[in-house]
Write a protein that binds this ligand. Structure first.
Ligand SMILES: Nc1ncnc2c1ncn2[C@@H]1O[C@H](COP(=O)(O)OP(=O)(O)OP(=O)(O)O)[C@@H](O)[C@H]1O
Ligand SMILES: [Mg+2]
Length: 441
């Protein structure tokens, strides 16, 4: 049970909806009353199942605690709805919606939900405890993220989003504090607090009061209908923020920020930090205001991000540049198409090609002959399948199965299933590359 101090008589009284038990003051309606002993109150309310160890942090609608789930003796993160919001049916609904939305999802880059419920007025959700730090804190401490780290993070989140979107779930609150970089350097997406799921709500009208202003897409800021592409805009803001330490549209008030999001162009990231051009283009492409001209899905983004590494190690390979934010954007052609185009140019000399591509890819045949890299293919997704399925899929795609190690997995349903893979799903690799697997036991 929560205890508050009454602003009228100053005495401590249980928060039970009946007002102050001493003077009958309007305790619940009174703003600014201090919460007392919340930690102890939560601890005692959930003590049958959980031992609360420490508070990890507090966000806009909940406090997150580190705890031990007693019956399984495992570490969990407990998200507890702030007591002031318990009487708000909208918040309550979103809180439980988050639990139900994520509980459906099983993905290495999405936090796993274990349980949810309420005890003595304490509404909670238990989830896997992620050892690591959220990106907001990482950027605060380090100023910015390294290029490779940022690219790896964005690829992880792009995969997580594609997966969630395939279940009809839009996150709608992708931001740095909702991405946890774990000690194994994987990035995990948390907090589907304002996610919407289901066919009808996929195109749900956006509530501009939901979400964090700096990370909002123009359609969210303008209160328009949103679809899965809103999440890639926000991921673009995360990338901009992690690479430069700044937001594309900083401002003192949510209204100022939202106006800038709607009507202004950001300072090009390349003016703030020196980056590989492909990475700069990836961020610009996410931040296009018109969702139809923006990155459409995670696969497209991963493809462009893969060329960041390729460009730095093979500088002669060029990818076509999408035009700048605010203008019509051409989708970047698939990397394989670019490679094929390069090979084509090498064989036939100066071939007529798409104007944009021609301007960027025209390479003298002699030089091209020396620099054409082997054709790369995306590594297939093996997560959740059996060893036999993985072997078949890899062979079909021209890859080899590498080392296989067994790891303990908490969920019995995942035993005998692929838990993780290296290279990761979507990474570009030459045919014949071996893929190492971890299988749950
Ligand atoms: N599963 C988890 N494991 C470990 N830490 C977590 C987990 N989930 C959240 N956290 C941490 O708990 C803190 C609070 O998270 P919370 O989502 O409540 O707030 P927020 O993201 O800062 O704000 P908002 O309410 O706007 O999302 C954050 O620092 C986050 O990194
Ligand atoms: Mg959060």
């Amino acid at each position: 049970m929560y205890i508050k101090r009454c602003q009228y008589c100053g005495k401590e009284t249980p928060l039970n909806g009946a007002g102050c038990s001493h003077c009958r003051g309007g305790l619940l309606e009174s703003p600014g009353v201090a919460l007392l002993d919340t930690f102890d109150a939560v601890k005692s309310a959930l003590s049958d199942k959980y031992e609360i160890i420490a508070e990890i942090g507090q966000g806009g609608n909940a406090t997150v605690y580190q705890a031990i789930q007693k019956n399984l003796d495992r570490k969990v993160a407990l998200k507890v709805l702030l007591p002031d919001l318990v009487d708000d049916p909208g918040y309550m609904e979103r809180f439980h919606l988050e639990a139900r939305a994520i509980a459906k999802l099983r993905h290495p880059n999405i936090v796993t939900i274990y349980d949810e419920g309420s005890e003595q007025g304490v509404h909670f959700m238990s989830m896997e405890f992620l050892e690591g730090k959220d990106l907001h804190h990482v950027v605060k401490e380090k100023g910015s993220l390294g290029i490779q780290e940022a690219v790896d993070m964005a690829k992880c989140i792009a995969r997580a989003l594609d997966y969630a979107h395939s279940y009809g779930i839009i996150h709608r609150d992708v931001k740095s504090s909702n991405i946890i970089m774990t000690s194994t350097r994987t990035s995990v997406l948390t907090d589907f607090g304002i996610a919407q799921s289901g066919i009808t709500s996929v195109y749900a009208k956006s509530d501009p009061l939901l979400g964090t202003p700096e990370f909002m897409s123009p359609e969210q800021a303008g209160g328009k209908t949103v679809d899965s592409r809103t999440d890639f805009y926000s991921l673009g803001v995360v990338l901009y923020h992690t690479l430069s330490g700044r937001y594309p549209f900083p401002g003192d008030t949510p209204v100022t920020i939202m106006q800038k999001i709607l009507y202004e162009d950001p300072v090009p990231l390349g003016k703030l930090v020196k980056l590989p051009p492909a990475l700069e283009r990836a961020v610009e492409w996410c931040l296009v205001k018109d969702p139809r001209k923006r990155v459409q899905n995670g696969k497209e983004l991963i493809e462009l991000l893969n060329s960041v590494t390729v460009r730095s190690s093979r500088p002669s390979v060029r990818t076509p540049a999408p035009r700048l934010v605010g203008q019509v954007v051409h989708r970047p052609l698939l990397r394989t198409v670019v490679l094929a185009a390069t090979a084509c140019l090498m064989l036939t000399g100066y071939v007529t090609w798409h104007n944009t591509l021609r301007a960027h890819v025209r390479t003298p045949p002699a030089q091209a002959a020396m620099t054409v890299p082997p054709v790369l293919k995306p590594v297939p997704n093996l997560i959740g399948g059996t060893k036999e399925e993985a072997t078949r899929l890899l062979r079909d795609e021209g890859f080899e199965i590498g080392s296989i190690r067994v790891v303990a997995v908490p969920n019995p349903g995942n035993r005998g299933k692929i838990d993780s893979q290296r290279p990761l799903y979507g990474d570009m690799a030459t045919p014949g590359t071996t893929v190492d697997l971890l299988i749950g036991e």
